[in-house]
Each structure stands twice: as structure tokens, then as C-alpha cells.
Design a protein around this ligand. Sequence first.
Ligand code: KIV
Ligand code: ZN
Length: 385
Amino acid sequence: MTNQVTFYDTTMRDGEQTIGVNFSIDEKIAIARALDEYGVAAIEAGFPAASDKDFQEVQKIAEVVEHAQVVGLARMIRSDIDAVIAATRSARHPMAHVFIATSPIHREFKLKMSKDDIIKKITEDITYTKSKINDIVFSPEDATRTEPDFLVRSVQAAIDAGATIINIPDTVGYATPDEYGAIFENLKNNIIGFDDIIWSTHAHNDLGMATANTLAGISHGAMQVQSTVNGIGERAGNVDMIEVAAAMRVRHEKFDKDTDVILEKSKELSTLVATATDIPVAVNKPIMGGNAFAHESGIHQDGFLKNRATYEILRPEMVGASSSLPLGKLSGSHAVMTKLNHMGYNVTRDDMKQIFPIFKSMAENTNMMTEADMKATMVQAGKKM
Ligand code: KIV
Ligand code: ZN
């Protein structure tokens, strides 16, 4: 399939803006290698102008990454841009990510710049960056709260000056999916040279809409997704790469697009980042959460045992995970019998008439039945292996 949505990982830049996260250089190298193996198109390794440590980390990652583009972030400040150029110099595929805010609130209160000042800055600084490096991502920060006509002007200025990827940040996670899709549609209708550019999404999760917004962007022409592993990032975080990748794979016929990342390595990647950040993945998180493929209730367990697809829309093996049928008070006889037989007992449906009520009365008084509890059930029922 040629319609492959690619991923631009920002775990080590936007993701590192998570409260309490400060990767060591060794952690960053391990994450960069894992992302490269996962098949991401680009790795935003840091913000080189932020500190010597950031600069050195980007430089080191540039040396070790074999396939992906290695990117450094820069404000529209010459020393930031120079730092990116220097830090990514040894990368096989270096790229600069240059941003400036375009929304009224940022223009007035943060930048104290007029619209014309912003356009002039975009033209000058992207032209300057282009004289040093070919591949440039431009982001109009807070794009989703920017006037649509000014967003078109800003983006057109960046393209005319040499930007190769345009990223549309929903910086404060404010947009709804229809609004976010409409922004891409408006750009498609008004940007000269739209088809020569890679359009990219950048969704934050403040209102819990990051994944839906990303998919809306993809439906309206975006072919690259800026995201983080486990959805880490400033405030409520960035869109979760594995969630979007899994959605692309499961619903590829709806989007007429897929992705070529190695989804089977998702669990490994997610665990690596959870360990490095010391932020465990919530049990109910889609795809990577501990409960994402666990079925507890009797009706679900019975359906699953007859055909997994009754309650699983993707095979957990596809993302390096596995299914489980934890046993509790809502579990049914079919799952209990299956578990006992896996444990080495030889239990028939007929035996279950005696065993199941004993199981139920024990399960009602505990959260989850352990193997020891199951053995105790069988002792009470007078059954041996
Ligand atoms: O959320 C945002 O606007 C950003 C930019 C730097 C792209 O992270
Ligand atoms: Zn961001």
C-alpha cells in the first residue's frame, strides 16, 4: 500500500516536557534506537538551544540513528536555528523544526508582534534555515486558535521560503475533530503547492480528543503524525503514537491509509518509555493498558472462547500484547472450566455443576481469583489433578 501514514516521534522533546521527566543520555539513546527499529520516519531528539545537555543528546542521537530523520526544535531565533544545524550535523537525515506562534492571544501577550511582523519573521528565518539545511518542518504554534486566513498566510510564507513539512499544532488541545479536519480542508483549498508538502498533525489531549483529532487530520490530507510513546507530554500529554498506529491498522479500509511501523514491537517500546519516565501505563489505556485485552465477565469470556473476534477488534499479538481471562465474581462457568483445565485438572461440564457454585461464593469475597484460590476451590469440591 502506498498510502502510508508516517510517524514523527517527539517523546524526547514534547514528551520530555512532562512534569518530572528528565531522560538521561543513555535512556535517550535506547529510546532513539527502539524508535528507529519501530520504523518511525522522524525522531525529534530535543531542543538543542535549551541546554548543553539537550544539545549533546541531540548530537549523540544524530550519530546513532540509522534510518529515521533526526530533528531538533528551534524558535525563530538565529542562535536556536544554528544550534539545531550544529547538533544534527552528523545525522544521516538531519531536519530542523522551526516554530512561531500565530494565534491572536500569543501574538498579543506572548510575542507582542503584529501579523506583519510574524510573516516577515517566518520568511526571514525559514529562508535562513533553508540556506543551511534542506528538510524543514514549520509549525504555526496554536494553529487551531489562529484566524483561518492568517493561518493560510503564515503557512504559505513558510512554504514559499522552503519549508518541506507543515505541522498544524493543536497546542492546547482545544479543537474538536470536525474543526481540526476543517483546518486541513481550508489549507487544501487555499495553499498554493499543497500537494508538494507533507502535512502533519500535532494534537494535545487537554479535552481527551487528541486521537480523534489526529484521525480527523488524516482524513483530511495529513500523512504524518507528531506523537509520543504512551502519550506523554505537557499537561494532559500529546497524542499517543501506538493508539494512532493501531487505529490506522485496524481501520485502514476506512481511511484508505495504513502505516508501516512495526506494531508488534509496541509493547516493548511502551514498556521502555514507561520505565525511563517512571510513569506506568494506566490499566485502562487503549491498546497498551494492562486491561486492554482482558475479559472478565462471563458473557464476554464465553464469547471470546467461542471466537476471539467477538470481543477483540485487534489481535493483541499484533501489538506485542496478549489476551487474558481474569477470573472474578462476574466470570462464567466456561472460562472457569477452561482455566482449571489449563492448570492441569480434567474438568467436564458436568463437574462444573458442583465446582461453579463453590467458585462463585469464593469469588464474591475477593477482587480477583488467583491460582491458589482456584486450587482451594478444587480442594473444597474434593477434586484432584
Ligand atoms: O504544541 C505545540 O505547539 C508544540 C510546538 C513546538 C510544535 O509542541
Ligand atoms: Zn506540542
